[in-house]
Design a protein around this ligand. Structure first.
Ligand code: ZN
Ligand code: ZN
Length: 136
């Protein structure tokens, strides 16, 4: 899928900033922080435009955010993989700091107190990715 197709699918206008962010996310297997997305052209868009664009893309369901335990925010495309489940878990490598969307369903069972209702389960698995695991 191309960036133009994604924007068309979500019925969004093709602005430079939207295109730039989606291009970076599409090229990356890992989730990216705002800084990482900007890295190739840090001066291309001002902060406000960038922030607003990320917000719009998130609100429209094009991308989702992953918040790490140190409050770093990373972004990834929705439905990057055809079988991606909206309730997927994420993996954070403690060594290279890479964040990945895990494919497939996350099974998570928690016993809630009586009359409690769960709306969302947000799981980030901390560990080592294959590359870092083989190095250590
Ligand atoms: Zn790693
Ligand atoms: Zn994800």
């Amino acid at each position: 899928m191309t960036v133009d197709e994604i924007l068309h699918q979500y019925d969004l206008k093709n602005t430079g900033c939207r295109k730039f962010i989606l291009t970076e996310l599409l090229q990356s297997n890992a989730a990216l922080s705002e800084e990482e997305i900007k890295k190739p052209f840090p001066e291309l868009f001002d902060r406000v435009t960038f922030y607003r664009t990320l917000k719009t893309l998130e609100e429209r369901g094009v991308i989702h955010r992953i918040v790490l335990h140190d409050n770093t925010v990373k972004y990834a495309l929705n439905g990057h993989h055809p079988d991606q489940n909206p309730l997927h878990a994420h993996f954070h490598c403690g060594k290279c700091d890479e964040v990945l969307c895990l494919q497939g369903k996350t099974r998570f069972d928690a016993e809630l107190p009586a009359d409690f209702v769960s709306h969302e389960v947000f799981v980030v698995i901390e560990g080592l990715c294959a590359g870092c695991n083989h190095l250590s």
